[in-house]
Design a protein around this ligand. Structure first.
Ligand code: ADP
Ligand code: ASP
Ligand code: MG
Length: 732
């Protein structure tokens, strides 16, 4: 380790606003053949610095500035047991560096640069050292970088975390508060009201307020600063102003403003001064982890697909006069950065493959799925499965039987589920005990948990929350079978519980995902050759099971695809792609080559069961194509939704009964639906197609139109016939 370089770095004063010369000095020092050195103006006179080796995918990033006051560095050997500046003792003989920046953040700069040198020496490319200005004064450098240069595949942000990888950090929320008083002579305080007294009451009320303790980030804390009231001592305070700065958790970030607001009176002011939301970070397998309550540049670098936070030294000595770092800590950090670089290259999920209920309905189907996935192993697939065909329906019946107090009926349904899954397990595992035993163990655990939940319902009644817990068993079981079948076939699949990845609110049965939390949880998923997980099921931030609504597995796949920035999301089902009508109702449907996200969403919303209506949202947000493929005919082309240009014109006719329509939540129809079906032609340009309006109106009046659809209402019994007639006219 080149400690003279480190000492030189430390001997430049780069306290915030003075980091420009330091950046230029490093730019000179770090220039060498095979590297690209660039500086970027931040706009306030400071500079960001980037040194790249090849086309960077992994960015080692920390800051150039330090807090004042500047103190020059010192280096001296310490012996084992010797007291260190913070009162702890050296665990071994070591080298002690003291002075400003040793631990925040020149220690990080130095350790990261050492890691880059070692990667360079090993012939690696595809990484960069990114040193940003102004972290200590509001992350101005990071903001400018995000604005001007965007992001990349992964960023490892260096801060003193004691060598632990941060799994989550608290958020911050800052407010200026102005409390009003009514001034009067202090001898007669009942004639007015003191804003200072009101301040004290507010602080007391806030102390008494029970913010929920977050399972990951723990307590919510707050601190008051810039407190002032300018009244003379003999006049009641007319006004108190102060700043209040919260450190928030996933459970409280959204509620502190409201809690504070409730403590104010009319006439008071609450001015938000921004802050960061709590964040999840990517962590590398096998590295020690922690959570932190301090800020960094990481929240300001959203353009990076994965963000990690880790570095040598202790945050408790950063910003103090005891700031120090040990040579061994720098050495360990540079080794760790190299391990992190390699772990980041190990990236799962360039394709998400979702298999529906019929695709996993029995052992034979599951083996077919395995072979489809085997052909795709180089793409590191994430496999999402539905419950085996009809299982979700049995679970609904089970929940309802238990809710109605029918213990015998519930027991029968449970037993049938147990038998079906066990028989499939036997067929899949054959005589391979190493696969069979853990498989049966796991399934027993899931089934026992299900039985316990059913007992609770028998005793206490059915609630949406208990229903969600019961429904989740279908996907937990099927994914367990699929993962075991993969292993039996020599594919090293890892089973992943989707409830640790897809984060939702507590609308138990049609839960709304929190996209930001989901994205960071998914991005923390450890890489594996194949990940097998469940569709449909998710959990609240507190870890309580929720489900995404009927047929929700498609939506799960799209959410995972979005979070992983997958190249494609594939929906494997029992039809060759999206067709001009439901092939169960129309014999001669035609496959649609490609359709837009809007057209697919309209179809799903108007009853075409092939895709869950919300699926297109997350895919569209990253322009990820959704391919609909046939498990029985993997060679068939299927359909592509989104991701490119699509011709105009009618694509498909969908049919939905009044009852089902209520279920998908389509309400914008002008006529009553009782006994009727809604029949809709879908495609871009459809509403303005006069010929089409004529053809439809000849059957029944047009009762609804959307931006991509025209709908008529026909009696339920007549609907299939009308559908076939219209289909012939439009598509053959
Ligand atoms: P999975 O269990 O794989 O999710 P679904 O039963 O939910 O499968 O969806 C596939 C079914 O969607 C097909 O079997 C088909 O009957 C129905 N479907 C309805 N409309 C269409 C359409 N326009 N194109 C293709 N399939 C459709
Ligand atoms: N098993 C769930 C359902 O039937 C989810 C799915 O299959 O998409 O609704
Ligand atoms: Mg489906």
């Amino acid at each position: 380790m080149d400690s003279s370089l480190f000492l030189e770095m430390l001997s430049v004063d780069s306290t915030s606003s003075r980091e420009r010369d330091y950046a230029l000095e490093l730019a000179r020092r770090f220039a060498a053949p095979g590297r690209r050195v660039e500086t970027f103006e931040v706009g306030d006179g400071t500079l960001n610095l980037r040194v790249s080796w090849g086309e960077p995918k992994v960015f080692f990033c920390t800051h150039l500035d330090t807090v004042p006051p500047y103190t020059p560095p010192q280096m001296r050997p310490v012996t084992q047991g010797e007291m260190l500046p913070d009162g702890t003792v050296a665990a071994a003989d070591d080298l002690l560096f003291t002075g400003r920046g040793t631990c925040d953040a020149k220690g990080q700069e130095f350790a990261m640069y050492q890691a880059c040198l070692r990667l360079e020496a090993a012939g690696q490319t595809g990484f960069a050292l990114l040193l940003l200005a102004g972290e200590e004064t509001g992350s101005v450098g990071a903001k400018a970088y995000a604005r001007d240069c965007g992001g990349g595949e992964a960023v490892v942000v260096g801060e003193p975390t004691g060598g632990r990888m941060v799994s989550a950090s608290k958020g911050t929320k800052s407010f200026e508060v102005v409390l009003q008083g009514r001034p009067c002579h202090s001898g007669y305080p009942s004639e007015g009201e003191s804003a200072v007294e009101r301040f004290v009451s507010l602080v007391q009320a806030l102390r008494g307020y029970d913010f929920p303790v977050d399972p990951v980030l723990g307590l919510t804390t707050w601190n008051i600063g810039r407190l002032r009231s300018d009244n003379p001592q003999n006049i009641l305070s007319p006004e108190v102003r102060f700043r209040i700065y919260f450190r928030t958790t996933f459970s409280t970030d959204g509620q502190v403003a409201e809690v504070l607001g409730r403590l104010l009176a009319p006439g008071d002011l609450l001015i938000p001064y921004g802050g960061d939301t709590p964040m999840h970070y990517w962590t590398a397998p096998g590295e020690p982890q922690t959570t932190v309550a301090f800020g960094s540049d990481a929240p300001q670098l959203p353009g990076f697909r994965r963000r990690a936070l880790c570095g040598p030294g202790s945050i408790l000595v950063a910003h103090t006069e005891h700031e120090y770092v040990l040579g061994s800590q720098l050495e360990a950090a540079s080794e760790q950065y190299i391990r992190i670089f390699h772990a980041l290259g190990d990236r799962p999920g360039s394709v998400v493959m979702k298999f529906g209920g019929t695709s996993v309905q029995d052992a034979e189907s599951i083996v077919r799925v395995r072979e489809i996935v085997r052909a795709r192993l180089p793409e590191r697939p994430v496999v999402v499965v539905s419950a085996m065909a009809r299982v979700t329906r049995s679970l609904v019946a089970l929940a309802e039987a238990a809710g109605a107090g029918d213990a015998a009926g519930a027991a029968r349904l449970l037993e049938a589920l147990r038998v079906r899954h066990q028989e499939t397990a036997e067929a899949l595992a054959g005589d391979d005990v190493d696969v069979f035993m853990p498989l049966v163990d796991r399934m027993d655990t899931i089934l026992d948990t299900l039985a316990d939940e059913v007992d609770v319902v028998l005793e206490k009644g059915l609630t949406p929350r208990r229903r969600a817990a019961i429904l989740s068993a279908g996907e937990l079981l099927s994914s367990t079978l699929v993962a075991a079948a993969f292993r039996r076939g020599g594919i090293p699949a890892r089973w992943e519980d989707a409830r640790g990845r897809i984060v939702t609110d507590a609308q138990w049965l049609s839960a709304e995902p929190d996209l930001a939390a989901t994205t960071s949880c998914v991005q923390q998923m450890e890489a594996a050759e194949v990940i097998v997980t469940q569709g449909f099921i998710a959990a609240t931030p507190e870890g309580e099971t929720t489900v995404l609504g009927f047929e929700g597995s498609d939506y799960s796949a799209a959410l995972l695809g979005m979070a992983l920035s997958a190249r494609a999301v594939e929906i494997w089902t029992d039809v060759d792609g999206v067709r001009t009508a439901d092939p169960r109702l129309v014999p001669d449907t035609v496959r649609i080559d490609s359709l837009s996200y809007d057209e697919a969403a309209a179809m799903a919303g108007l009853g075409a069961r092939v895709l869950h209506p919300k699926t297109t949202g997350p895919a569209r947000s990253r322009n990820i194509p959704i391919r609909v493929r046939d498990t029985r005919h993997p060679e068939a082309p299927g359909s592509v939704i989104g991701g490119g240009d699509v011709p105009d014109g009618p694509k498909s006719i969908a049919l939905i009964t009044g009852k089902d329509l209520a279920e998908v939540g389509f309400a914008d129809v002008r006529e009553p639906l009782d006994g009727n079906s809604l029949l809709s032609v879908i495609g871009r340009g459809v509403p303005s197609d006069a010929r089409l309006r004529e053809i439809l109106s000849a059957e029944a009046p047009i009762v609804a139109e959307g931006p991509f659809s025209l709908s008529i209402l026909v009696p339920e019994e007549a609907a299939p016939e009308v559908l076939r007639r219209l289909h012939r006219q439009l598509f053959t």
